[in-house]
Design a protein around this ligand. Structure first.
Ligand code: SF4
Length: 401
């Protein structure tokens, strides 16, 4: 049996199963030996059962995968993890933190996992090494691509001809998704997709990945570098492992390979003002685009400073534009495209089935009418619940029981 998303290794009496590289669970070898005592592993992602074994050996092995998958955990955070796949009964539409978000524009967000190897002091979603989230999520590559294809097809059938940008923008680091190249390749082949943006810290980029990305002509890299000083950069990224020199080399290599690379620093008023100016100069000298992000306070994020007013932020951008003779204020227009129908509105009472935890054990995900609904503070663990929809914004739903 050959797997695209699983890898195997043996550790004492256990078969270690890696799912998408950073998630794992174990199966006791005794259980596998009941299928075939002479089974063997080949090429890390193949398990071989002898020819004379019962014909059902593949089915029985898949049954073991299903049996032990609920023990899935994230190797970085050690969090309990949930695998969302075609048969998991968890729709990819409806949640902020995972799946697909369509706000009825020419930009669609794709969130294939939760998890980050950085720890930015300004992280708007509170991800990373010191994250307090208790549950992580990973989505099957084929499931995302199929659902995205259906969404684009829906827009087309409603008369849309506007090209669409896909933003791979997870609550975490997209390059931790081990099948990221498959994902980008498959998405870029979908009709109407004009480009695929990856929002990344750039830490996990390397020549091999960059060479592959360069072959997919539609890729654009958005790399967040918030200081030009290595110590300060590591401090802002919240981990000493951050290596600015490596990231800058990755940026240069990507740009040499012809990938449009945009530097996206987060501006923290009073913290990295000088650094932002140095980054502007760096981008100017290296013909790179720069898009400065305003730090915004977020209830679920890390908020190291007070948020600056928009007027003051825009005034600063204008000053830097003049000083460096560079364009910093994007003129890109967001165009409307047909949006999926809203399934629920605020105040609706809905019967839904609990299918999973949310990001915390106290929260649950329930499903109704093909949409996922987040229920904060829901004590019930499974079964049907009556929910009052408390929030319905851009196809993302929350409810209370
Ligand atoms: S801002 Fe991005 S890179 Fe930094 S911790 Fe959050 S998800 Fe990770």
């Amino acid at each position: 049996m050959h797997f695209k998303s699983l890898e195997f290794s043996i550790n004492k009496d256990l078969l270690n199963v890696s799912l998408y590289n950073i998630f794992c669970f174990e199966i006791p070898l005794d259980e596998i030996r009941k299928i075939d005592k002479n089974f063997r592993l080949k090429n890390i992602n193949e398990i071989i059962f002898s020819k004379n074994t019962n014909k059902n050996s593949n089915k029985r092995f898949m049954f073991l995968i299903e049996k032990y998958m609920p023990n899935l955990k994230n190797k970085i955070t050690q969090n309990k993890s949930i695998y969302i796949h075609e048969n998991s009964s968890i729709p990819l539409f409806g949640l902020k933190f995972i799946g697909i978000i369509d706000k009825g524009s020419d930009m669609i967000e794709v969130k294939p996992l939760t998890s980050c190897n950085m720890n930015c002091i300004f992280c708007s979603v509170g991800e990373g090494i010191s994250s307090k989230k208790e549950v992580d999520f990973i989505v099957e590559e084929e499931y995302i691509v199929n659902e995205l294809a259906k969404l684009i097809d829906y827009k087309k059938k409603k008369g849309n001809t506007i090209p669409i940008s896909i933003w791979i923008n997870p609550h975490g680091e997209p390059l931790l998704y081990s099948r990221i190249l498959d994902l980008i390749k498959d998405i870029s082949k979908l009709p109407l997709v004009k480009d695929v943006h990856i929002i990344t810290s750039g830490v996990l980029l390397n020549k091999e990945i960059t060479d592959e990305l360069a072959k997919i002509k539609k890729v654009k890299l958005n790399i967040s570098i918030s200081s030009f000083d290595s110590e300060k950069a590591a401090q802002l990224m919240g981990t000493k492992t951050y290596n600015l020199a490596n990231v800058l080399n990755n940026v240069k290599y990507a740009s040499e390979k012809g990938i449009e690379t945009i530097i996206t620093p987060v501006y923290l008023h009073g913290v990295n003002d000088k650094d932002i100016e140095q980054l502007i100069e760096f981008c100017k000298n290296n013909q790179l685009k720069i898009s400065i992000q305003k730090f915004c306070c977020n209830m679920f994020g890390r908020n190291p400073v007070k948020e600056e007013e928009w007027d003051s932020f825009m005034a600063k951008l204008k000053t830097w534009e003049k000083k460096y003779n560079i364009s910093l204020i994007g003129e890109g227009e967001i165009r409307s495209t047909p949006e999926l129908p809203l399934m629920f509105k605020k105040g609706d009472i809905v019967q839904a089935e609990i299918t999973s935890y949310g990001r915390f054990f106290k929260d649950k995900i329930a499903v109704a009418k093909g949409r996922s609904i987040l229920i904060p503070n829901c004590r019930k663990e499974k079964g049907m619940v009556k929910i009052k929809i408390t929030s319905s914004v851009n196809g993302m739903y929350m409810g209370s029981v």
